[in-house]
Design a protein around this ligand. Structure first.
Ligand SMILES: [Fe+2]
Length: 184
């Protein structure tokens, strides 16, 4: 690889593969979510992601290029993290909280990638690509904000701390209550 153009096509191919992996993963997130508002959010982001993948294909077309066969290992890894969470058989409320946390990681990854792609597109004066990538970036930023607000709202049904406190010795209990007082 010697040129910015080659790097751009490499990164763009990777992101297209990432978006395609996410279309599938978001469908699963929608099925798994127990809160209706979260189901809705995943469904609408899935529809949005289909449009994002289409915009990336459009960039290839405008440049007279073809996407390369590639495997976006970043997104793949984040999806595998979610699979590992499900292997722990989480209760429905915890799965929702975990899915939102996972979605936040994905959005931050996508935002970083789109920012780098945008910089390259600007440097190469690919005006149409700048427009399309900016749209994708804007949508990812909106989704990140939405997921962050879910993260604040969703509360676990059981903290798990009640039992731990009962099991601890009196001296540890005093230390724990001291910590709680300081935290308050
Ligand atoms: Fe996306």
């Amino acid at each position: 690889m010697q040129t910015a153009h080659e790097l751009f096509l490499h990164e763009l191919s990777d992101m297209l593969d990432g978006e395609e992996k996410l279309i599938q993963a978001l469908g699963e997130h929608e099925q798994e979510a127990s809160r209706p508002e979260l189901k809705k959010a995943f469904a609408s982001h899935r529809a949005q992601t289909q449009k994002q993948a289409q915009r990336l294909r459009q960039i290839f077309e405008d440049l007279g290029e073809q996407p390369k066969e590639t495997d976006c290992k970043g997104i793949k890894g984040l999806i595998e993290e979610h699979e590992a969470l499900k292997d722990e058989d989480p209760s429905p409320d915890l799965l929702d909280i975990g899915s939102v946390g996972g979605a936040i990681k994905v959005e931050r990854y996508e935002i970083s990638t789109y920012e780098s792609l945008l910089q390259l597109a600007r440097d190469m004066k690919h005006t149409d690509a700048v427009k399309l990538l900016s749209q994708n970036l804007k949508e990812e930023q909106e989704t990140l904000r939405k997921m962050e607000s879910f993260s604040k709202k969703l509360k676990p049904e059981q903290s798990g701390m009640e039992e731990i406190e009962e099991e601890t010795t009196p001296s540890r209990r005093r230390a724990a209550s001291g910590r709680r007082r300081r935290a308050a």
